[in-house]
Write a protein that binds this ligand. Structure first.
Ligand SMILES: Nc1ncnc2c1ncn2[C@@H]1O[C@H](COP(=O)(O)OP(=O)(O)OP(=O)(O)O)[C@@H](O)[C@H]1O
Length: 354
């Protein structure tokens, strides 16, 4: 039996069946790796202790999480924490040592070669830091590459490729070769290629790490926009907390192969599971992550309730202006139901970081 993970906070309940469910997942490198998850004693050791005792490296140690349909799920951790290994285990680019990966109800670890190939071709797409574009092919044929492998005819795949080239803002560049494009544009080609086959899940492995900060910010906004437009489930790896907070519906924080905490950015900032997480989130401006749901108060009989309405998930920073401009409390409303109100007092204390 695998040891329990160190997730200290229950993962919030996700409505509907998860697209991906990961249970007690292990990847151990070394001699006879399977003995580690099988042994309660070995699986309880830290990575360092395990290395000293057995010479094995536990890249991923008994991780559990679920990804909901349409969610952007971010895996964050410092270099060596096991992010890449974890994500490669999900599509079996790396064979897990133990555990379960269930994709749309199907046990991926039981899939044979043929089934895996078809899943990777039709259901999953990966976007890597190194774009992996084919240098001798024009943008349009790079984007259409996966469709070509599926056997789609030239006219149809070019039509589809042009659609996604436009979607990622590269129209006009379809006849260029990759080395005629900037790094940011090449990564857009990578995105277009990943989207062309209409996968169920997009996996991103530090896709923007090599880009300079301004381009990187543009690309993050691009992912947010694309996610709004196409609504795909995304699993995104990063070592950068601000990227994680910007993109992630939920964030899994890893350390030395283990899951330290999984939650929304707001949950991580409001109640970090341990010192490691609090160190990470210490400098995050509260107004960027706190939502109206967490600062609202119940309405009082003397409140005048004909002020503006905002949704509970609006973050404080975006609501400040509206709340301060109103001469009565802003109503926090979901599906017509009044959940609470926010007046000057609540918003100012939130901005002041109280
Ligand atoms: N093939 C391998 N053989 C032995 N150890 C490995 C192998 N691949 C990864 N590791 C070890 O597993 C641990 C996790 O590595 P991994 O690359 O998954 O981390 P990461 O969080 O993605 O880091 P980075 O951001 O630097 O890529 C590291 O200690 C690494 O040295």
């Amino acid at each position: 039996m695998a040891a329990p993970t160190e997730v200290t906070e229950p993962t919030p309940k996700i409505p509907g069946d998860p697209v991906i469910a990961v249970r007690a997942l292990w990847k151990v490198f070394g001699v006879r790796p399977e003995r580690v998850p099988e042994s309660p004693e070995l699986s309880a050791l830290s990575r360092r202790e395990l290395m000293d005792a057995t010479g094995c490296v536990a890249a991923v140690s008994g991780i559990d999480f679920e990804v909901a349909a349409g969610e952007v799920f971010v895996v964050m951790g410092l270099s060596g924490s096991g992010k890449s290994t974890l994500v490669r285990c999900l599509t079996r680019l790396i064979e897990p040592t133990a555990g379960e990966v269930v994709f749309e109800g199907e046990d991926i670890l039981a899939a044979d070669r043929r089934r895996l190939r078809s899943l990777r071709r039709d259901k999953f797409s990966m976007v890597f830091q190194h774009f992996g574009l084919l240098p001798h092919r024009r943008v349009i044929d790079n984007v259409a590459y996966g469709l070509e492998i599926r056997g789609m005819g030239r006219a149809e795949r070019h039509r589809r490729a042009l659609e996604v080239i436009e979607l990622v803002g590269l129209d006009g560049n379809e006849r260029s070769y990759p080395d005629q494009l900037s790094g940011g544009m090449q990564q857009r080609v990578g995105l277009a290629r990943a989207l062309a086959g209409d996968p169920d899940v997009l996996f991103f492995d530090e896709p923007f790490s090599a880009l300079d900060p301004l381009i990187r910010r543009d690309m993050q906004s691009e992912v947010i926009r694309l996610h709004r437009e196409v609504g795909k489930t995304m699993v995104f790896i990063t070592h950068d907390l601000s990227e994680a907070l910007k993109l992630g519906d939920r964030i899994l924080i890893m350390r030395d192969g283990k899951a330290v905490q999984c939650g929304t950015g707001e949950e991580l900032v409001r109640s970090p599971a341990d010192e490691y997480v609090s160190d990470f989130v210490r400098d995050v401006p509260r107004a960027d992550v706190l939502t109206l749901r967490s600062i609202m108060r119940p309405s009082r009989p003397d409140d005048v309730l004909d002020g503006p309405e905002l949704a509970p998930e609006v973050v404080v920073r975006e609501a400040v202006r509206a709340v301060l401009a109103a001469d009565r409390p802003v109503k926090v409303v979901r599906d017509g139901e009044l959940l609470g109100v926010v007046s000057h007092e609540e918003i100012l204390s939130a901005v002041a970081g109280e």
